[in-house]
Design a protein around this ligand. Structure first.
Ligand code: AHM
Ligand code: MG
Length: 332
């Protein structure tokens, strides 16, 4: 904080992380390094996302890809890229990923952190040039350093996250994260190969006029949720649904709005995953002045029971989420 200018708009992510670390003289710097590794994976995925269409068209581009991964789906490529960045970085001892059934050990048993990721979320948008995103959540491990990480390291609950963030590959690529204090957004300048602080101390408007949900499932939503949505319509709020959670969340965070994915017949537990979709976005949401609930309780207070468990998710501007919760609780 003795260098106020160092943290203003335009500084690189690396410099920002370095200055934040200096504010905590006893910090080892491991978390800083881990965040840099994640940013590196983000840059690589940005590159893959941006040339994905070409790889499909011209088998030749794929030849450059020495691992023979050119024919793989982009979400699998992202998963591999993430794994490698975290393995090579050395700070994460284990990962769980939407793309992998079990815990993945990186071989860095001395790493202090575990990371839960959805390497490329928004699968229905991948092949059609629509925004997609990466979501990540970081915990300090509870098992002894030097041993193999276990399920327990990932089952600490949302409030134990030490950092969480997302990378949105949209009209530009932006990484937004928090270590539990402020929420900051860094836009990627591909010509420099750097993330640049563009959205310092993000605070969401307390109220909003945008609602985001899949209208095809509306008849299956709980009555209270349907009632709330009919109120939104009466007030002529704007309906905006991209079908990429990161993109819908990011827009609502900036402009004010609510995202809803309740339980449906097809997904009686809800669709979204607690550990690497709902928890990290809820952690960011609360730090930015938003709310994130599953029915009436905070997402962050849900007890985790399994790696890939799902949850209904209602997330966004405080006033909107509060009104939804109270409407929902009044319905029989
Ligand atoms: P995915 O992990 O298979 O990509 O699914 C998660 C996505 C979210 O990004 C998005 O908000 C939601 O699923 C859309 O689901 P639906 O197509 O049912 O509306
Ligand atoms: Mg996903």
């Amino acid at each position: 904080n003795s260098h106020p200018l160092a943290l203003s708009v335009g500084v690189t992510l690396d410099r920002y992380i370095m200055h934040r670390q200096m504010a905590f003289p006893y910090a080892s710097g491991d978390l800083s390094q881990l965040l840099r590794d994640i940013a590196l994976a983000g840059k690589i995925i940005h590159r893959e996302v941006n040339r994905a269409g070409l790889i499909d068209l011209t088998g030749e581009m794929g030849v450059e890809n020495v691992q023979g991964e050119s024919q793989q789906k982009l979400d699998m490529i992202a998963d591999i890229r993430f794994y490698r960045a975290l393995r090579n970085g050395g700070e994460a001892c284990a990962i769980i990923s939407e793309e992998e059934e079990e815990i993945i050990h990186t071989g860095n048993d001395n790493g202090k952190y575990v990371v839960a990721i959805d390497p490329l979320d928004g699968s229905s948008n991948i092949d059609v040039n629509v925004s997609i995103g990466t979501i990540f959540s970081i915990y300090r491990r509870t098992t002894p350093v030097g041993s193999k990480a276990t399920l327990d390291d990932f089952m600490q609950g949302g409030r134990k996250q030490v950092a969480a963030g997302y990378i949105l590959y949209g009209s530009s690529t932006i990484m937004v994260y928090t270590t539990g204090h402020s929420v900051n957004g860094f836009t990627y300048d591909a010509s420099l190969g750097e993330f640049i602080l563009s959205h310092p101390d993000m605070r969401s408007p307390a109220d909003g006029q945008i609602y985001s949900y899949n209208d095809g499932y509306l008849p299956e939503f709980p009555d209270g949720v349907q009632h709330y949505l009919s109120e939104c319509r009466k007030r002529r709020y704007s309906a905006r649904y991209i079908g990429s959670l990161v993109a819908d969340f990011h827009r609502n965070l900036i402009k004010g709005g609510i995202y809803l994915y309740p339980a449906t017949k097809k997904n009686p537990e809800g669709k979204l995953r607690l550990l690497y979709e709902a928890y990290p976005l809820a952690f960011i949401a609360e730090r930015a002045g938003c709310l994130a609930v599953s029915q009436e309780h905070s997402i962050l207070d849900i007890d985790p029971v399994s790696l890939h468990q799902r949850t209904p998710l209602f997330i966004g501007s405080q006033t909107m989420v509060e009104e939804l919760v109270s409407t929902n609780s009044r319905q029989p």
